[in-house]
Design a protein around this ligand. Sequence first.
Ligand code: SF4
Ligand code: SF4
Length: 293
Amino acid sequence: MIFAIKPFEIHDGDGIRTTVFFKGCPLRCKWCHNPESQLFEREILFDSELCKHCMACTGLCEANIIQNGKHLFLRESYTFCKKCEDICPSDCFEVTGQSMSAEEIASQVLKDEIFMRGSGGGVTFSGGEPLMQVDLCVEIAKFLKARDINLAIDTCGAVPKSSIDQILPFTDTFLFDIKAIDEAVHLSCTGVSNKQILENIRYVDFLGVPIEIRYPYVPSMNSGEAEKIAYFIKELKNVKRVRVLAYHNYAERKYECLGRPYPIPNIPIPSKKEIELVAKKMQNCGLKNVVPA
Ligand code: SF4
Ligand code: SF4
């Protein structure tokens, strides 16, 4: 179950990459900019701002009705028959989540092979959490490795160690997020403990696989964690790069389209200068190669 395959990505590892976004994630980060990735099941995004109330979709099923002379979408009655999606002239509907075989995914990403090779890039499995579907990851990875394609795994780390072991033989780089070292902060930001995550990062580091760490910096949520994260990373041997990722709220509209409230509506957007200062603070803890992004 995946929700996107995007070519020409340049922030998901080295070079130009094609990123496969797997659906389903064990975390619920309050700032998540891919809320459509969190549930494993297919979902419908309905953008009411695009609706012209032409009524073409009403009467086709119980999900699209007329109320007070206007179109109303009843999410709970939607059945994925897709008639409304096909007929809507304003593209108000979008189903997210598609079941694809490993072979189908591999053949789609390999269309961009020339760009990957020319740029020192490759393929990144992201999400959601790709390792929640580790068997599928391994099957795709076998196709990619048969063509010697570089593979990066962008994981939240909240997966059993056995899942790391399964994908390890095919993986060139792990991209891990660290949201917080303080467990209470991590719990309040993501809804889950960080114990397994930190253990898995130490484990991958111990095995000598190159790692990139990302610190998603969210003011008043995990902004007090920079130095603690820096000291944790300093103990590791194979971290090639640390990126400080600035919080943004571009996904707010997606939450509305999914019929969910945006969890953190009043968080200020950090300035470029603030992110540079955070990177500097981490460098002052003894880290090299900290990139403000
Ligand atoms: S077809 Fe599209 S634009 Fe027309 S009423 Fe339905 S959702 Fe709105
Ligand atoms: S780990 Fe990533 S995909 Fe999962 S909830 Fe957090 S930000 Fe979203």
